[in-house]
Design a protein around this ligand. Structure first.
Ligand code: AMP
Length: 296
């Protein structure tokens, strides 16, 4: 394997010093799938070098969540990244990122209160802390994130603006399986029957999109149709069904002309899955290399 891969901050920094031209960073937790590869492709189109980080970040998992059982396959990931032609991989050990005595965290306030933040109160503090550290270590010109984790995108954009971080955030669309299931490393935990049931999530989002296209603007109608369709499937337990202003993430009570982020988090058998769409639906169309939340 000739792909340069580094598990310490110092060795990565030395490698980084030798890269000339622009650098795009794709942060991941590994167990790569085509969704991750689409971020890498977008990064390759715009940068001289692409660096991928692989780090299952302990601080974004709460006690009792799936940190230990999160799927991992480093040899497979490295083979995929080598054939994708990335310039280097940063795959630090937890003690490299959180050495003894670590006590500094980055928090984004209001945007982290709802949605995932309401279900997972310490999650975003872990995300913004590790992403800040990755930005400091990798010194990328651009960083690529998926619309799949829409709240994460909104929170990271806020952090970058608030802290004047010298990196441009690019947002890439959700890559889906042919049948519409949003790709996710956690899909590997779906049994065959649960995988079929999980399709109801994307279908319900599409139904909300159809209502919107037919002129409906009452946010409760979108929530209702989604909840109704999810209820028809056994073993889908929604954590939330949200219709929020896509910029502020404030839950919508009244009809509004603001772009809407419609999102669902649901336990489907073993894994907890996320999916979302923007309304109006045209916002989901890829525009150049940025799209979705990148367009608003
Ligand atoms: P993860 O490894 O799950 O932390 O994801 C790393 C990055 O890939 C994040 O920016 C995700 O939003 C993005 N990502 C995950 N799934 C998809 C997908 N299906 N399509 C596009 N991007 C994705």
């Amino acid at each position: 394997m000739s792909l340069p891969a580094f598990d310490t901050v110092d060795s990565f920094r030395q490698f980084r010093q030798g890269l000339s031209g622009s650098v795009g960073l794709v942060p991941t937790m590994g167990f790569l799938h085509a969704g991750h590869l689409s971020l890498i492709e977008a990064a390759q189109a715009e940068n001289d070098h692409v660096v991928v980080s692989i780090f299952v970040n302990p601080t974004q998992f709460a006690q009792g969540e799936d940190l230990d059982s999160y799927p991992r396959d480093l040899p497979r990931d490295l083979a995929l990244l080598e054939s994708a032609g990335v310039s280097g991989v940063f795959m630090p050990t937890p003690d490299q990122m959180y050495p003894a005595g670590f006590q500094t965290y980055v928090t984004v306030e209001h945007l982290t209160a709802g949605l995932e933040g309401a279900q997972r109160p310490t999650h975003f503090r872990g995300v913004t802390t590790v992403v800040s550290k990755l930005f400091n270590i990798v010194q990328a010109d651009r960083a690529y994130f998926g619309q799949k984790d829409a709240q994460q995108v909104v929170v990271i954009r806020r952090m970058v603006a608030d802290l004047n971080l010298p990196v441009k955030i690019e947002v890439c669309p959700i890559l889906r399986e042919d049948d519409g299931l949003a790709m996710s490393s956690r899909n590997v935990y779906l049994s065959e029957t649960d995988r079929k049931r999980a399709l109801a999530i994307n279908q319900a989002l599409k139904s909300a999109g159809e209502l919107y296209a037919n002129g409906e603007r009452n946010p409760d109608q979108f929530r209702n149709i989604i909840r109704k369709q999810l209820k028809q499937q056994a073993r889908i337990e929604p954590d939330y069904v949200s219709v929020a202003d896509a910029r502020t993430l404030v839950e919508c009570i009244n009809a509004t002309s603001a772009p809407l982020l419609v999102s669902v988090a649901a336990q489907v058998g073993k894994p907890r899955l996320l999916d979302n769409c923007l309304l109006p639906i045209e916002l989901n169309t890829r525009v150049g290399v940025t799209a979705t939340l990148g367009a608003i």
